[in-house]
Design a protein around this ligand. Structure first.
Ligand code: SAM
Length: 307
């Protein structure tokens, strides 16, 4: 739809509406009748990949003009789409699978619609994060959705270290080719015994759920590298409440380390804090070195401050 360029100047006083519509993550029968109806009645469907969405629309016999809007053209498309909405059009935003804006494009358009006073309505439906959570069976209702970690480097390390301090369930999206690496990094960070669920090809014919410790999941995948295919979500259990002093009113890792570092060399302080918080020693040791650099040097035990 490179020809798509309606005039920006023709706005009416009655704005239309932007519907944000979830689409199936595999099984077409998961799609709701309301989602179908909204798309059928829209003036335009704004799609991440028009070729992909065209197949979905053909299956449901929906014939509505498509406009592409993805990471590479969103900045140019948004003002034009806002102009369509401002003059009364109804637009439906969809992505290739699942819920738009969940590790998917559309944020700029939705933001611009709100800022322009255009009504925005969700049409809820599948999303891999909630689908995987619903079958994980881990205790606790708090979860952190990380989506895709940066693939490498300092950004990845920073995110991993930030995650080590979160108490709830963690959910990751990852490409099959990088899943082993993710399991390894999380095993180093949280310990190989932490429980996790690897949910593969959810709602599709080859749906597979593997629930095991992070260490064992890594071993199982290594033993069958050739079968690591398809779309995957990794759900990691929160830390066992019995091993988690970092709850409300309890000391944080930083405060505990700061106290231990006054008494012990960094390696010993890190080993004790790692055991206390159920974290990997290497991660806590790095944190101890960082913290140690900012702490005043400890006084020798027998020094007399009055002398
Ligand atoms: N917007 C989508 C949603 O609501 O889940 C996510 C889009 S994101 C670009 C694609 C990632 O979602 C995949 O790499 C995978 O991690 C996860 N995913 C999507 N469909 C899946 C499925 N059927 N089974 C397992 N994971 C899936």
């Amino acid at each position: 739809m490179s020809q798509f360029s309606p005039s920006l100047s023709q706005s009416s006083s009655v704005p239309g509406r932007l519907y944000v519509v979830a689409t199936p993550i595999g099984n077409l029968e998961d799609w709701s009748p309301r989602a179908c109806l909204v798309l059928r009645r829209a003036n335009r469907i704004v799609a991440e990949d028009t070729r992909h969405t065209r197949k979905l629309l053909a299956h449901f016999d929906i014939h509505v003009p498509l406009v592409s809007c993805h990471a590479n053209n969103e900045a140019q498309r948004v003002p034009v789409l806002i102009a369509c909405l401002a003059r009364g059009e109804t637009l439906a935003l969809v992505t290739d699978a699942g819920t738009p804006l969940v590790s998917d494009p559309g944020q700029r358009l939705v933001d611009a619609a709100h800022r322009s006073g255009i009504p925005v309505s969700p049409i809820p439906g599948p999303t891999a994060v909630v689908t995987a959570l619903s079958v994980a069976g881990f205790p606790g209702s708090r979860f952190h959705f990380e989506g895709f970690l940066p693939p490498r480097g300092g950004h990845r390390r920073d995110r991993l270290e930030a995650l080590a301090h979160l108490p709830g369930i963690l959910v990751f999206y990852e490409a099959p080719s990088r899943m082993l690496r993710l399991l390894q990094d999380l095993s180093d960070l949280l310990g190989p015994d932490r429980e996790a669920l690897l949910a593969r090809e959810l709602t599709k014919i080859h749906e597979t759920l593997l629930r095991d410790s992070l260490g064992a999941l890594g071993q199982r995948l290594k033993a069958a590298v050739e079968s690591i295919r398809g779309e995957m979500v990794l759900v990691v259990a929160g830390q066992d409440p019995a091993d988690a002093p970092a709850r409300a009113g309890s000391p944080t890792l930083e405060r505990t380390l700061a106290v231990l570092l006054e008494l012990l060399p960094p390696a010993q302080a890190a080993a004790r804090a790692a055991a206390l918080f159920g974290l990997s020693r290497s991660l806590v040791y790095r944190r101890a070195l960082e913290l140690g650099a900012h702490l005043p040097t400890a006084q020798p035990e027998c020094s007399d401050p009055d002398r």
